[in-house]
Write a protein that binds this ligand. Structure first.
Ligand code: WT7
Length: 653
């Protein structure tokens, strides 16, 4: 990208803006309204979903230290599945709700109408009820990207059970710890997860996980590929067979707006993964509204979010947001590069996709394989492109804009988190001029502030840099961490009193545009997946030959950040390439393939202060190949350790 393009501003296209839900004028007016009188604003927006008992209370939230409490629409009652299915059946029963594209491009896609969705979700809900699942019970879902994953999530919502989806790439150990942490009564899995022509043995992973769980956890199995699996009589249930025999309708239950809808585990800077809790009413209002406005979704459009339902992006923008809006949402089982690098675009052409939402890491991996894979397909149906998960670099933005968007489609760079439920900072495509690399402006009701990390002072000048905090609550915000409200307060509300702390650094430019600069804590972002460096470290030190480990991120051309591990071996253990492979396999086994270190450096010692604290700043610099500017090293207990690490550094790029 040239310097001129780097400063480029892309104003909304007039023809696009003419039909957009939000225009520059309405954004300015409604944003002001949303922060001046949030109660009036959200009282009205809350009506975009159906309530069983309408709310009279709107907002009851406090970020006060020691008393953080977040309630929205608190006295309302509803059912989330009824909002995502039943209310559309009368008006659009035969419209496709879920358009499923299988891994194998030769296999047939499925068009699941709203009427059929109601039947399948009801059958699944009846099977779950027959197995004793009741309102408030937790159900862990460990499935491939198949329609049954959506049925399972919505079936939970229908009967008021709380789902916790675990990404199918996680290991048996990670699965077990999540089942145990939330006290799940049931696990729903499949025989195998086909992706990119390979099959992950989910059932065998589930069998291993369940060895570490309570004996009465039921295991429902979707026979998806039909390959052989082992079977535990009395525990395992063949879901498809049971669904076929179940009643085709299940009444939905009434739940409170603040009853939990789901738990989603995500990595923090310390300790084990955190169980982020989202509740029913506010979450659904926010997911629906952001889906409609950020993507400028209109009736009849085909919307495709390429995320996995194992992540929050899949929850809010494959399932809940789109279905609450009566949309057609595409669910893709495969990967962007199989059978070839044209798969995304083949699917866009085949299903005439209108809005396409993916991660910068996917764009970067496809970019390297050449634009000819895009040019082969007719992408004229596309009206809008989106990105999520990490900052998008100018090269990737430019490629996406030129080759996929043909220079004419708006690109929305959406900043948000598992904790936020939906978009926090994002362009609204008919309203806000975009600048490549900037998430631009806050969504309605969101009040970002930039604070000085040292003094915690709010930066009131337009141009500012610091840490990103949010001043007041919005309906999609997480409510607590499962079973640990104290950790919730500690992790998000203790550093900057009175504010929600995102964990991200941020710059605000002279036009008031926000530029996310990346995590300021010990969380790294690998291919748009969040990883706690502490988690990888504890996996490494669990290996018998490892004495100590420190993990940091470093810039990676495709993944955004790669995982760089410094490992100190036990006395007498000889380092070798073989041992590196062994440690990689060990981490894969402990956490899952996404946590495998990209680079391992043998460290005879780690840089520590005299009080024994690891100086991670120095380790980051060395990993970034920026060892010329290690900063103040005068507090090091043993400076020679650093010389050795620099001399033997692994990243010389
Ligand atoms: C972290 C949240 C919910 C989105 C999927 C990831 C980073 C997310 C952007 C963006 C720059 C971004 C932040 C954030 N992030 N979107 N558009 N620009 N950074 O959800 O796993 O909860 O991770 O992803 O660092 O804190 P997550």
């Amino acid at each position: 990208m040239t310097e001129q393009q780097q400063g480029a501003v892309y104003a909304p296209d007039a023809a696009f803006a003419a039909h957009a839900h939000v225009t520059a004028q309405s954004y300015a007016r409604d944003y002001a309204r949303s922060v001046q009188d949030p109660v009036a604003f959200w009282r009205q927006e809350g009506q975009r979903i159906d309530w069983i008992r309408d709310y009279t209370e709107v907002k009851d939230t406090s970020f006060a230290p020691g008393a953080v409490s977040i309630r929205w629409f608190g006295d309302g009652t509803l059912n989330v599945a009824a909002n995502c299915i039943d209310r559309h059946v009368a008006t659009r029963g035969s419209q496709t709700a879920i358009l499923w594209e299988p891994d194998d491009p030769q296999a047939e896609a499925k068009h699941i109408s709203y009427t059929e969705l109601l039947e399948q979700v009801s059958r699944m809900a009846n099977v779950m009820k027959a197995q004793g699942v009741q309102k408030g019970d937790r159900v862990v879902i460990y499935l491939p990207m198949i329609p049954e994953a959506a049925y399972a999530m919505l079936a939970c919502a229908r009967i008021g059970a709380v789902h916790s989806v675990v990404f199918a790439g996680f290991s048996p150990d990670s699965l077990a710890s999540r089942i145990n942490d939330c006290g799940a009564k049931m696990l729903i899995t499949a025989d195998y997860a086909p992706r990119g022509g390979k099959k992950t043995p989910l059932k065998s992973n589930a069998d291993k996980a369940l060895l570490d769980c309570r004996d009465d956890v039921k295991c429902m199995v979707v026979k998806h590929t039909g390959d052989q699996i082992s079977w535990v009589q009395g525990r395992d249930i063949d879901v498809k067979a049971e669904m076929a025999a179940a009643k085709p309708y299940c009444a939905y239950v009434e739940v409170g707006a603040e009853d939990p809808l789901f738990i989603l585990y995500t990595s923090g800077s310390t300790g084990k993964p955190k169980g982020v809790v989202h509740t029913s009413g506010g979450y659904l209002v926010y997911a629906a509204m952001t889906h409609q406005m950020t993507f400028d979704y209109h009736d009849g459009d085909v919307f495709w979010c390429t995320a996995d339902v194992g992540w929050v992006t899949g929850h809010s923008y494959i399932l809940y947001g789109p279905l609450a809006n009566g949309a057609t949402t595409l669910m893709f089982e495969g990967v962007p590069t199989w059978p070839d690098a044209g798969r995304f675009w083949a699917v866009c052409e085949k299903h005439k996709v209108n809005q396409f939402y993916t991660a910068p890491t996917a764009i970067r991996s496809l970019m390297g394989l050449g634009p000819e894979w895009v040019e082969k397909y007719d992408l004229s149906s596309l009206k809008l492109l989106g990105t999520v998960g990490e900052p998008i670099n100018p090269e990737a933005w430019n490629w996406y804009n030129t080759h996929v968007g043909k220079g004419t489609r708006p690109i929305v760079d959406t900043f948000w988190q598992t904790e936020t439920g939906g978009h926090l900072i994002t362009p609204l495509p008919g309203a806000i001029a975009t600048k490549p690399g900037s998430a631009t402006k806050p969504f309605f009701g969101v009040q970002p502030e930039i604070l000085d990390p040292a003094t915690a002072e709010v930066q009131s000048a337009t141009e500012a840099e610091g840490v990103l905090c949010i001043k007041d609550s919005w309906p999609g915000q997480m409510r607590t961490l499962w079973g640990d409200h104290a950790r919730f307060e500690e992790a998000y509300f203790s550093q900057y009193k009175g504010y929600y702390f995102t964990g991200d650094g941020c710059r605000r430019d002279g036009d008031g545009y926000y530029w996310i600069t990346g995590r300021v804590d010990d969380v790294i972002n690998v291919s748009g997946h969040r990883m706690g460096t502490a988690e990888v470290e504890s996996a490494l030190v669990a290996h018998e030959k490892v004495a100590e480990a420190a993990v940091v991120g470093y810039p990676h051309e495709i993944k955004g950040q790669g995982i760089y591990a410094y490992v100190t071996l036990m006395n007498g253990v000889e380092p070798s390439e073989e041992l590196k492979r062994e440690l990689e396999a060990f981490v894969r086994h402990e956490i899952g393939p996404i946590a495998k270190p990209d680079l391992i450096q043998w460290a005879p010692g780690l840089p520590k202060t005299r009080s024994g604290k690891i100086m991670r700043r120095i380790l980051r610099k060395i990993a970034e190949n920026d060892h010329g500017s290690l900063g103040d090293t005068s507090t090091l207990a043993d400076p020679s350790v650093v010389e050795d690490l620099v001399a033997n550094r692994m990243n010389r790029g």
